[in-house]
Design a protein around this ligand. Structure first.
Ligand code: UD1
Length: 437
């Protein structure tokens, strides 16, 4: 079990650069399968979900290669069965539905099922593919999607703006025969980024990043390849900003797109942080002696609303703010599992399904807490930056799904924060060394 030790009380200073966005990189790795030319993705962080994606790509017959921070995707002829253990470990395996259906004619996906955030259905992905002419057989634990000939372009309205379903249908429509219009599409910056990549490979797409996306189908795989630098990770940028708000200090988040986290920066300003934003970097400043202001009433929503992934980070900022605050997560049922850890550190919080209420306290104290999920884990690490004493965040492997080295990044800004192993991990490793020796 991975764990992170954080000793609270230090302010942060310096510059930090977010890696490429996980939510672009994961669909881009799948989208590479649509291309007949070679692809390169630049600056890809070393994340657990990226490792799982590379494993999935190899399992379906592709030969991705990591060269430093870049990933090379040579053209391949993939086959359509996704191993159950990989699908179970990574929700992003759903991004392989459209590419494998397109290239292999059939794909079998063990159903991703629920996750720690609550149920994560894929009905819109499947309904949209069926509208393009695919035959969908959904069993209790797996789904098989086939096509008899080429998928056929169609006019399809998404029941809600799902990021994943928009990407699935965008990928499928690029290689279908005829034109497709997607209405009610999700508009997150990562969708526009995947569209930029697909266009470099030869796809014809207009309107990606808006609710109406028009795609002229190629009637087969995309003829080219692409050399692509994915967009910077806006959630990682928000995480660094939240860390400064909690710990105090002054940090510049560089080589990012501040406009991609405008809602979060507005929230931080209202909470009492000074923010100076330019086109490619922003600086967050907070005097640790001055109070944070609560009274927030936040509601997450699809882009350009307040991003659900930043809700636990906002909560971490509000725990010591003056006044009562509320956050409602409109997307996921169990977003606030981190509330238990907050409470263990002395916060006054109440999580009730999608709602979190916070009554600001003056001080927090160190505790041993457990990361319930990726963003909840990051929020607990940040909270510990301002708690008295040394906290331990257990099950920190969740955090590695979205950040290459969050403890290292925070330590470089001056925090006392380090990743470590449990005694049992060390014992297991020693045993292994003895056995191998
Ligand atoms: C993506 C992001 C995730 C982010 C989320 C919302 C990636 C790899 N992950 O996840 O970090 O938190 O967007 O911004 O990009 N839904 C259905 N049926 C479907 C699909 C979705 O009911 O077929 C529902 C979901 O249960 C959820 C909502 O739609 O309540 C939004 O989900 P979606 O946008 O699809 O999220 P993901 O693509 O899974």
């Amino acid at each position: 079990m991975e764990r992170i030790r954080i000793t609270g009380g230090r302010t942060l200073a310096g510059r930090v650069r977010p890696a490429a966005a996980k939510n672009s990189v994961l669909p881009l790795l799948a989208a590479g399968l649509l291309c007949e030319g070679p692809c390169v993705l630049r600056g890809v962080p070393d994340l657990a979900d990226v490792d799982a994606s590379l494993e999935l790509l190899r399992a379906v017959g592709a030969q991705p290669e990591r060269r430093g921070a870049d990933i090379l995707l040579p053209p391949s002829r993939p086959g359509g069965r996704i191993p159950t253990d990989i699908a179970g470990a990574m929700r992003a395996s759903v991004f392989y539905l459209a590419p494998l259906l397109t290239r292999a004619g059939q794909v079998e996906l063990p159903l991703p099922g629920g996750c720690r955030l609550g149920p994560r259905p894929i009905d819109i992905h499947l309904d949209g593919l069926a509208t393009l002419g695919a035959q969908v057989d959904a069993g209790a634990d797996r789904v098989t999607v086939r096509r008899a000939g080429l998928l056929q372009g169609a006019d399809y309205t998404l029941r809600l703006p799902s990021v994943g379903a928009t990407l699935t249908l965008l990928m499928a429509a690029c290689c279908a025969q005829g034109d497709t219009t997607l209405r009610g599409a999700a508009c997150e910056p990562e969708i526009a980024d995947v569209a930029v990549f697909l266009r470099k490979c030869g796809a014809r797409i207009e309107g990606a990043g808006t609710p109406v996306v028009r795609i002229r189908g190629m009637g087969g795989p995309l003829p080219g390849g692409a050399d692509h630098d994915p967009v910077p990770d806006r959630i990682a940028a928000a995480t660094y900003a939240a860390a400064v708000a909690v710990a105090g200090g002054q940090v510049t988040v560089e080589q990012c797109r501040p406009g991609h986290l405008a809602a979060f920066l507005r929230f931080l300003r209202a909470a009492g942080c000074e923010i100076a934003a330019g086109p490619t970097e922003f600086t967050v400043r907070r005097d640790p002696a001055s109070p944070l202001w609560g009274g927030a009433d936040l509601r997450t929503g699809a882009w350009p609303g307040f991003a659900t992934d930043t809700a636990p980070l906002a909560a971490a900022v509000l725990l010591r703010a003056r006044g009562d605050s509320r956050i409602h997560d409109a997307l996921f049922q169990n977003r606030f599992a981190c509330a238990r850890g907050f409470a263990a550190m002395g916060a006054r919080v109440r999580a009730d399904g999608r709602d979190l209420s916070i009554r600001g306290v003056q001080t927090l104290h160190a505790a041993t807490v457990t990361a319930p999920d990726l963003r909840g884990g990051a929020a607990l690490i940040i909270t510990a930056l301002a708690a008295r004493g040394t906290s331990v965040v257990q099950d920190a492997g969740h955090v590695r799904r979205g950040y290459q080295d969050l403890p290292g990044d925070l330590a470089a800004l001056g925090a006392r924060c380090a990743a470590g192993q449990t005694l049992s991990d060390v014992a297991k490793k020693n045993l292994l060394t003895v056995q191998m020796g």
